[in-house]
Design a protein around this ligand. Structure first.
Ligand code: TXA
Ligand code: MG
Length: 458
């Protein structure tokens, strides 16, 4: 167990933050652990007064008493948490993330009872409070989803009651609030110790890909927050699915960690409609006007998304066109199902420092873990126009394979986009997957479309 205090420059940003510390809590972050097992483990750590216990207690105390948010791991992505009942604390989130305040935040609870408590009318004595399912204040449409997917990556919208204890900044003054119970036992433990519902958006700087490691948070928010709890890489890798059961028929507002078909198979959700637009573009190649580009999940590099089924030859053709107009170039390739390493171009050289597929040490961020199925290599490939007689020229390519499995692709996606930015590639070519596969596929393609400036279809 390591405690990794990291000294950082103080960027005088008005938050009073002097340094950002990454505190390891990895052994307390057990996927799928029950509250009882997590509690037992926690009591052992407290008895030993371990560094992990100290870190978690310090984070919980900061959440209760301070207005600077705390970054913590969930099973989806890292969240930037604050006490959802205190306006000043919630404002701290918007300040640290530089997020527009008209974008509402998700409330995280550790238990159903905690959520029911938020819905109770004020001054109702505890003994009379009703938390039994039959008299629940949670809209009944959500019951099958809660039974099946909580704790887990599913956010539901609930009417915000009159006299709600939630700070108005959480809902951006909407009449509903989004809430989820994370399956990360560490996240639930933190919420329980803080004894508050936690408002938490993803812990990236606004417009950047969501963070799936503590180092990603550090890259974006250092000097802006005090504490990053490091629970290791996130298991799901894309954010929660957001559903609205208050509209008729119910709607999916954001695809995410719970698949659309799984939701459709629940009672009352058979006719669920897709309530999001992810800009799936018409036509073979459809560049977006820069002004229309979604500023979400955006690395610095230009992202070109090839829908599933595009042959490698069409990718190579596209790369050679770019190379002709701006050489020398350094490009990134993100492969999933069928594209071969280096797009099967002749490899001139493989840079020895990046041969290790599991750890990308070339980023200058020591100890930045890549998800286990991700392979990253720096190649120098030889390219030439097949019809021309010009000699082949070398081109730098950062080649990332996310593996073929949908879960491994989701886990590695945001990390891959961030790695390629750190390598300063000009363009990232991505192999899409069929989104009809269900499961996480719709979420993966949704995030890729939001990152892409150009989408190439057959
Ligand atoms: O997995 C996740 O959901 C992560 C982790 C940290 O839990 N959180 C996350 O939060 O992705 P954020 O703020 O990046 O995204 C919240 C999404 C946004 O699309 C927001 O518009 C939507 O949820 N949302 C929240 N409250 C809403 C409401 N009352 N009505 C409609 N949409 C809402
Ligand atoms: Mg976000």
């Amino acid at each position: 167990m390591t405690h990794k205090p990291t000294l950082l420059p103080n960027t005088a940003n008005g938050t009073g933050v002097k340094r950002t510390r990454i505190l390891s809590v990895q052994s307390l972050n057990v996927p799928g652990q029950s509250n009882a097992d997590s509690q037992q483990r926690w009591e052992e750590e407290v008895r030993r007064d371990s560094l992990e216990a100290q870190a978690l207690l310090e984070a919980a105390e900061a959440l209760r008493t301070r207005d600077v948010p705390v970054a913590f791991p969930t099973e989806t992505v890292y969240g930037l948490g604050a006490d959802a009942t205190r306006s000043a604390a919630v404002q701290g989130i918007y300040k640290a993330k530089q997020r527009p305040s008209d974008n509402p935040l998700i409330v995280h609870v550790h238990s159903r009872e905690q959520l029911e408590g938020l819905l109770q009318p004020p001054k109702c004595p505890k003994s009379q409070q009703t938390t039994a399912q039959s008299s629940s204040l949670i809209p009944p449409i959500y019951e099958p989803l809660i039974q099946r997917f909580w704790p887990g990556p599913l956010t539901i919208l609930i009417p915000n009651p009159p006299h709600s204890p939630l700070a108005p900044e959480v809902t951006s003054n909407l009449s509903t609030f989004g809430v989820r119970m994370p399956s990360s036992s560490l996240a639930r433990l933190l919420i329980r110790l803080a004894d508050r519902p936690l408002a938490a958006p993803s812990a990236n700087a606004s417009t950047k890909p969501s963070p799936t490691t503590a180092q990603h948070v550090y890259t974006d928010l250092r000097g802006r927050i005090d504490i990053i709890l490091d629970g290791g890489p996130c298991g799901v890798g894309v954010e929660s699915t957001v559903v609205d059961g208050l509209s008729q028929p119910p709607a999916i507002l954001r695809p995410g960690g719970v698949g659309i078909e799984e939701i459709r198979s629940c009672r009352g959700w058979e006719d669920v409609r897709i309530g999001y637009k992810d800009g799936a573009l018409q036509g073979r190649t459809a560049p977006r006007a820069p002004g229309m580009k979604y500023r979400h999940y955006s690395p610095k590099a230009k992202v070109v998304l090839f829908e599933s089924g595009q042959p490698m030859s069409s990718v190579i053709e596209r790369i050679l066109r770019e190379q002709a107009s701006s050489s020398p170039i350094k490009i990134g390739v993100i492969r999933t199902r069928t594209w071969e390493k280096g797009l099967a171009m002749p490899v001139d050289r493989v840079s020895p420092e990046s041969l290790n597929g599991h750890r990308d040490t070339s980023l200058g961020l020591d100890d930045t873990p890549s998800p286990p199925d991700t392979q990253i290599q720096q190649l120098s490939v030889l390219s030439s126009e097949s019809k021309s007689n010009s000699p082949p020229c070398a081109m730098d390519m950062i080649d990332i394979s996310l593996g073929a499995d949908t879960h491994s692709i989701a886990r590695g996606l945001f990390s891959a986009l961030r790695s390629l930015d750190a390598h300063n590639v000009s363009t990232i070519y991505v192999e899409g997957i069929p989104e009809t596969e269900g499961d996480l596929a719709a979420a993966i393609m949704n995030r890729l479309r939001k990152a892409a400036e150009e989408e190439i279809k057959s």
